[in-house]
Design a protein around this ligand. Structure first.
Ligand SMILES: Cc1ncc(COP(=O)(O)O)c(C=O)c1O
Length: 381
C-alpha cells in the first residue's frame, strides 16, 4: 500500500503514539484538579503548549488548544466578528481558502458581515497590493492561508502581516497545511491569529490549536469553564494535546532535512510524470509551493477514474480538497486559478510525507502512464 495523501491526514507517528498512551492509561486526571492526579497531567499540557509554541514562534500563553483546525478557523473568524462588531463588519479573505474559512465567511455574510473574496493568479498566487486596496475603515479582519491544501501554493504571509499591521487590522492565517512543512513565524510575521491541526503533522485527529496574540479581542466559541485562559471552555483532550506537542517537537527537529528529502521525492515524481505522460499541466507556482505537494492535471481523463484505478493498485491520492475527497467535484481552488474546468476535472493531488520512499515514487511512475493511456483510449470511444 502506498499512501500519498498526507494533506488529507497523516499516519500517527510511532513516537507520538508512545507519548500519548500513558495519558489513556495511568495519567487519567483532569488538568483542572489540584490533587496529584490533576497535577500530573497539567504539567504535560503545559509542556505540549511550549512545544507547539516553539514550532510557530509564539508565546506558550498564546496557544489555545481546540478540537481541530476547523474549530480554530471558526473561532478566529466568528470570535473576531463578534468582538469587533462596533468597529466594523468587513472581512477580507481569498477565493482559495479551505471550506473551514470560506463557509464560515458565508455564514457571517448571512449574519450581515461584508466579505471580500480576493482573486489569485493562474499560479495560485495572491497579490498583496490587491489586498491592501480592499482594506476600508470598516475592515476588522484579513484571513489568508499560509499554504493551500490542494496546490501547496504559499501566500506572502510576511507582506500581508506588514500591511495588516500598518492599517491596524487583525490578521488570521490558516497554517493547517504549512505547519511542520515550512517555517512559521507568528511573531515575526505580525500575525494576530493562526490555525493549526494535529492530524496533518503526525498527531491523531481530534486536536488543533488557535494561536491568539496576547490581548487580541475575540469572543470564545465554546462557553463554560475557565480552561485555556477563558478562550475555550471544556476539559482538555489531554492525550491529544500531549501527542500534538510531541508531533510539533519532532517536526521542529526534522523539518529542514525532511522537507529537503520530501521535495526531492516530489520532484522525482513530477519529472517522472512529465517525461512519461503527454498533455499534463502542473497546477500552482513551481517555487512558492509546499515541498510535499504536487497538483497535476491529465487532459482527457476524469480524476475520479484515475483515483479509483490507482486505488486498485494500492496507491492512495486525492482529487479536489482533502475534506471533499470522496465527493469528487470540480475544485473551486483550480476554478479560482482560471484552470479550464474540463482540465481541472482531470486533476490529482499527490501529497507526500514522512513514510514515503523513492521506491514508492518509482512504483507510481510504473503504473500511472498505463492507467492514463487506458482511460484516455476508453474516453475516445
Ligand atoms: C488549509 C486547511 N485548513 C483547515 C483544515 C481543517 O482542519 P481539520 O481537519 O483539523 O478540521 C484543513 C483540512 O484539510 C486544511 O487543509
Amino acid at each position: 500500500m502506498i499512501y500519498m495523501d498526507h494533506n488529507a491526514t497523516t499516519p500517527v507517528r510511532p513516537e507520538v503514539l508512545e507519548a500519548l498512551l500513558p495519558y489513556y492509561r495511568e495519567h487519567f486526571g483532569n488538568p483542572s484538579s489540584i490533587h496529584w492526579a490533576g497535577r500530573a497531567v497539567k504539567g504535560a499540557v503545559d509542556a505540549a503548549r511550549e512545544q507547539v509554541a516553539a514550532l510557530v514562534n509564539c508565546d506558550p500563553s498564546e496557544v489555545v488548544f481546540t478540537s481541530c483546525g476547523s474549530e480554530a478557523d471558526n473561532m478566529a473568524l466568528k470570535g473576531v466578528a463578534a468582538a469587533q462588531r462596533d468597529r466594523g463588519n468587513h472581512i477580507i479573505t481569498t477565493r482559495v481558502e479551505h471550506p473551514a474559512v470560506l463557509n464560515t465567511c458565508l455564514y457571517l455574510e448571512n449574519q450581515g458581515y461584508e466579505i471580500t473574496l480576493l482573486d489569485v493568479d493562474r499560479e495560485g498566487m495572491l497579490d498583496p497590493a490587491a489586498l491592501e486596496a480592499a482594506i476600508t475603515p470598516r475592515t476588522i479582519l484579513v484571513s489568508v492561508m499560509h499554504a493551500n491544501n490542494e496546490t501547496g501554493v504559499l501566500s506572502p504571509v510576511g507582506t500581508i502581516g506588514e500591511i495588516a499591521a500598518r492599517y491596524k487590522v487583525y490578521f488570521h492565517c490558516d497554517a493547517v497545511q504549512a505547519a511542520g512543512k515550512v517555517p512559521i513565524d507568528f511573531k515575526g510575521n505580525q500575525l494576530t491569529l493562526l490555525a493549526l491541526s494535529g492530524h496533518k503533522l503526525g498527531a491523531p485527529k481530534g486536536v488543533g490549536a488557535l494561536i491568539a496574540r496576547k490581548g487580541a479581542k475575540l469572543h470564545p466559541l465554546i462557553h463554560g469553564g475557565s480552561q485555556e485562559r477563558n478562550r475555550r471552555a471544556g476539559t482538555e483532550n489531554v492525550a491529544g494535546i500531549v501527542a500534538f506537542g510531541k508531533a510539533c517537537e519532532l517536526a521542529m527537529q526534522e523539518m529542514a532535512s525532511e522537507s529537503a528529502r520530501i521535495a526531492e521525492l516530489r520532484d522525482r515524481l513530477e519529472q517522472g510524470i512529465m517525461s512519461r505522460i503527454p498533455d499534463v499541466r502542473i497546477n500552482g507556482h513551481r517555487e512558492e509551493r509546499l515541498p510535499n505537494t504536487l497538483n497535476i492535471s491529465f487532459a482527457g481523463v476524469e480524476a475520479d477514474s484515475l483515483l479509483l484505478s490507482l486505488d486498485l493498485e494500492g496507491i492512495a491520492v486525492s482529487s479536489g480538497s482533502a475534506c471533499s475527497s470522496g465527493a469528487l467535484k470540480t475544485s473551486p481552488v483550480l476554478a479560482a486559478m482560471g484552470i479550464d474546468p474540463v482540465l481541472a476535472r482531470g486533476s490529482l493531488r499527490f501529497s507526500l510525507g514522512w513514510g514515503n520512499s523513492a521506491t514508492e515514487v518509482d512504483r507510481v511512475l510504473q503504473v500511472l502512464p498505463g492507467i492514463v493511456e487506458r482511460l484516455r483510449k476508453s474516453g475516445e470511444k
